[in-house]
Design a protein around this ligand. Structure first.
Ligand code: FAD
Ligand code: SF4
Length: 470
């Protein structure tokens, strides 16, 4: 695989970023791809491990050493075919996946993993440019009709697989456009939305029918969808945000991250805003929560012209470097600094917010430092100025009102739709579930995996056999 001595001869080199001072002036992507030669060199560092761990680290089990070898040899078309055999949407993961594959790479033992995500992105971007990505309509139709509710990565992956297996697939989406959190959560500077549009066009050419502004359980009764299809996949995501019910929570200027981020994405794509604008311009912003959502709030606030951005995390600051011998090949806990952090945000760890203060609108936060058991440290109280507070503390479960209650599906103790990862079947006849709606808040790559596997389970249910991959 690759060049046997590549990892000895060639240093790891990854994609760079355009300078922060330039990129914060716009909402476009700012990652600088490697040259073709540079990508092939990086792919050649894949070193013919006895047992490669990367493809188990990857939730869709991408056949990483195989396509690294193909890229090294310059066979981009076969690399694209191989990559698409396990991942419907590598252009999404090649941009925003946290790359657990690289954590699992044997070269990561020396902190120099193969730049797997960069190679993946180069393969698929080149495949689109070269016309290798084409619609693959089914040769035979089965006459079965499947509804997919939700057009995030789980719903899209399931719909594409099912259409290619010959089923008539209808995707129902409550918003005006497809993509779920890819479209309305993740900012354009991480993932430009034209990437979703061209996949939707490919899927339409494969026969998938998209029904927008269709909120199942609200504007269309769930029973109508259940009665009108041979199978239904629930892929509605995990949309109920975790709240912070402390004094001052109802002050103006305290918002959930997902009230703030989608507005900016809609501004970029010139969609109408449903609510009053929430803007960080000229404000001191505090983001509570340290994950991807918090990071996206930082990057968006900086671009809107915030005076300052501070991110608070209740957990203690993780170590800068993991202990490889106890963590490898698994995903390690360590300090992660995103491109948004580099654009100018203060980060503080081990901080609990006790109250929001202000009169009509929020003016600040009362905070206290906590130890690693979240016990308050006496005398460590402090106040922080804020005109805008964004709550980015994750999501507790799918929304139960409407769709799930009307169908009467059983939920698990965490409030997610109950279904296993073999049959993906819920407690209701011919209803399946995949993605964040089933597994809880997760990652795009896991949603793609679940969408693909649920599609196979539905195909098996409808036809008694399936040639779709697991
Ligand atoms: C701000 C933010 C940033 C993130 N960044 C990253 C990242 O960088 N990398 C990463 O891997 N993951 C990231 N994630 C997580 C990732 O986006 C999700 O795990 C993934 O999108 C889940 O996919 P899904 O298809 O299950 O659900 P979603 O993407 O949530 O899609 C669900 C869709 O269902 C629709 N829907 C819901 N109910 C109904 C209904 N009743 N009728 C019709 N339609 C309905 C919704 O409108 C939505 O379009 C991020 C999440 C957030 C919130
Ligand atoms: S999908 Fe994610 S984990 Fe899999 S190869 Fe791509 S970057 Fe790595």
């Amino acid at each position: 695989m690759g060049k046997v001595t590549g990892f000895l001869e060639i240093d790891r080199q990854d994609r760079g970023y355009k300078p922060a001072a330039d990129r914060i002036r716009h909402y476009s992507e700012f990652v600088i791809p490697l040259s073709e030669e540079g990508t092939r060199e990086q792919a050649s560092r894949c070193m013919n491990c006895g047992i490669p761990f990367c493809h188990n680290g990857c939730p869709v089990n991408n056949q990483i050493p195989d396509w690294n070898d193909l890229v090294y040899r310059g066979d981009w078309e076969e690399a694209a075919r191989n990559l698409h055999s396990t991942n419907n949407f590598p252009e999404f993961t090649g941009r925003i996946c946290p790359a657990p594959c690289e954590a699992a790479c044997t070269l990561n033992l020396e902190d120099i993993p193969v730049t797997i995500k960069t190679v993946e992105c180069a393969i698929v971007d080149r495949a689109w440019e070269s016309g290798f990505v084409r619609p693959e309509p089914a040769e035979k139709k089965t006459g079965k009709k499947v509804a997919v509710i939700g057009s995030g990565p789980a719903g899209l992956a399931a719909a594409q697989q099912l259409a290619r297996a010959g089923h008539e697939v209808h995707v129902y989406e409550k918003f005006a456009k497809a993509g779920g959190l890819l479209r309305y959560g993740i900012p354009d500077f991480k993932l430009e939305k034209g990437l979703i549009d061209r996949r939707v066009a490919q899927m339409e050419a494969e026969g998938v029918v998209f029904h927008y502004d269709s909120n199942i359980g609200v504007t269309i009764p769930a029973k109508e969808i259940h009665d009108g299809h041979d199978a239904v996949i629930l892929a509605g995501g995990s949309e109920k945000p975790r709240d912070l019910p402390i004094p001052g929570r109802d002050l103006a200027g305290v918002h959930f991250a997902m009230d703030f981020l989608p507005q900016q994405n809609r501004r970029v794509s010139r969609e109408r805003l449903a609510n009053d604008p929430i803007l960080a311009s000229g404000k001191h912003v505090v983001v509570i929560g340290g994950g991807d959502t918090g990071s996206d709030c930082i990057g968006t606030s900086v671009r809107q012209g915030a005076l300052s951005v501070t991110q608070l995390e209740i957990m203690q600051k993780p170590p800068a470097k993991e202990d490889k011998l106890t963590s490898w090949p698994y995903w390690p806990l360590k300090l992660r600094t995103s491109s948004s952090h580099m654009e100018g945000a203060d980060r503080d760890f081990g901080v609990m917010t006790k109250a929001f203060v202000g009169d009509a609108g929020v003016k600040g936060l009362k905070c206290v430092r906590v130890d690693d058991h979240f016990k308050e440290i006496p005398g460590s109280e402090f106040e922080l100025r804020a005109d805008l507070v964004l709550l980015a503390m994750g999501f507790v479960s799918p929304v139960h009102e409407g769709l799930l209650q009307q169908l009467g599906v059983t939920t698990d103790p965490r409030g997610n739709v109950q279904a296993d990862t073999n049959a993906y079947r819920t407690s209701v006849d011919k209803v399946f579930a995949a993605g964040d709606m089933r597994r809880g808040q997760s990652l795009v790559v896991w949603a793609i995996r679940e969408g693909r596997q649920a599609a196979r389970a539905v195909d098996l249910f409808l036809m008694g056999a399936s040639e779709l991959p697991r």
